[in-house]
Design a binder for this molecule. Structure first.
Ligand code: ASP
Ligand code: MG
Length: 412
């Protein structure tokens, strides 16, 4: 017997019917003799609907009031799920984030959890209750302000509670059956991954695989919380996210991530000095511009070209910032190339297998796909290609690395 944390995402509690079926999942877990803490998201698209209500009143609503507003979504779900369990004759209690002891820093709309006081939850569990906690929210201890953890933050609530309670497992119930090699809506041969390491999952989540909140994965890694991402509708087992050592095989490439809407900017003929890079990128950072891949090309002893990629949505702003500092930085011109996409391969087996990047580049070149930028980490290679080539690139790499071949099943 142990504590299990179950988390249900928006779709999985999107109607009264779904809430009833989530309640059945919870009951099943208690029947295994486990104590269960449930974390829920707001029902369906409630959070989006609340955001658009606010947008009708203001272009820039106060972050404090946004937290006040958005935190109501999860509060509806906890009460309803608790009622559904009580209707089945179970003892259940719902708690808001602050009632559950979740303390955050004072950073409205994107607060981090700093501490969880678990006494109340443990007391309730020990009296035989199922405890249902509102995801995505907490409170600042000093000021008593309600905060939210950033969009998608209920995953983080669940993992943080699992860590604080020393839970045996944290199950993330969602509307897909697990983490896939790539988006199955784009590549029909995409497969469910039986198990994936924290580091691989973190790369995938940061590269935009939306199934888990990146901060939740980071938390899980730091506290060694075993996660399983699985369907709330189907019985089949999902994807285990766990430490490398327990995994059966380090695949060179475990998954592919991709995103469009990228622009490459080249700043040409910058004077080549010790502070060149630092002044250029500090200026961008000071203006809140997020830069992804960076490439430096030394032209000659005295000048250099620097290219970097940004999300196309911040192009106008980036051009303004650069224009304003052209004289000070002393570069000649700015060249922009839009309509680009990033396609990345992720796999921890890359560390010990040379030639993975070469295989990727060869596969793309054989299809006539031009690579415009590259960046790597120990377990990831990202390429920037034309957006028109994106789907072809993803399909090609899915084949090249044989991701459609069934991976060995894990022991559960
Ligand atoms: N309800 C919040 C959102 O939609 C938090 C979550 O679902 O994880 O972002
Ligand atoms: Mg989510």
């Amino acid at each position: 017997m142990g504590i299990i944390v179950q988390k249900f995402g928006g779709t999985s509690v999107g109607s009264i019917e779904r809430i009833r079926s989530a309640a059945q999942r919870v009951i099943k877990e208690t029947e295994q003799g486990n104590q269960v803490v449930v974390v829920v998201s707001a029902m369906g698209k409630t959070t989006d609907a609340l955001v658009s209500l606010a947008a009708q009143l203001s272009d820039n609503p106060s972050k404090r009031e946004m937290d006040m507003l958005l935190s109501t979504g999860e509060q509806v779900t906890i009460a309803l799920l608790s009622m559904a369990l009580q209707a089945e004759g179970k003892q259940a209690v719902s708690l808001t984030g602050w009632q559950a002891g979740i303390e955050t820093e004072e950073f409205p709309s994107n607060a981090r959890i700093v501490n969880i006081k678990t006494e109340r939850i443990i007391g309730l569990l020990d009296k035989g209750n199922i405890v249902i906690v509102a995801g995505f929210q907490g409170m600042v201890k000093e000021s008593g302000e309600i905060t939210t953890l950033g969009r998608g933050g209920s995953d983080t609530t669940a993992v943080a509670l699992a860590a604080a309670l020393g839970a045996a497992r944290c199950d993330i119930y969602t509307d897909v059956t697990g983490v896939f090699t790539t988006d199955p809506r784009v590549v029909s041969s995409a497969r469910k991954i039986p198990s994936i390491s924290y580091d691989e999952m973190l790369e995938m989540a940061n590269l935009g695989a939306g199934v888990l909140h990146p901060r939740a994965v980071e938390f899980a890694k730091n506290y060694q919380v075993k996660l399983e991402v699985r369907s709330s509708q189907e019985e089949e087992r999902g994807t285990l996210v766990e430490e490398e050592a327990t995994m059966e095989q380090n695949l060179m490439v475990r998954g592919l991530a991709f995103e469009g809407n990228i622009t490459k900017i080249t700043v040409s003929n910058l004077p080549n000095g010790i502070e060149t890079l630092s002044s250029l990128f500090s200026t961008l950072a000071d203006n809140g511009i997020n830069v992804d891949i960076i490439i430096q090309n030394v032209v000659n002893e005295s000048t250099t070209n620097i290219s970097f990629s940004i999300d196309s949505s911040v192009l106008a702003e980036t051009q303004e910032v650069l224009a304003a500092c052209q004289e000070e930085l002393g570069f000649e011109s700015i060249i922009t190339e839009g309509g680009l996409a990033k396609v990345s391969i992720v796999g921890s087996g890359m560390i010990s297998n040379p030639g993975v990047a070469a295989k990727m580049f060869k596969g793309l070149s054989q299809k006539g796909i031009m690579i415009k930028m590259v960046s790597t980490s120990e377990i990831k290679v990202s390429t920037v290609v034309s957006q028109a080539d994106m789907v072809n690139a993803v399909e090609t790499l899915h084949d090249v690395f044989e991701l459609d071949v069934r991976q060995p099943a894990h022991q559960l």
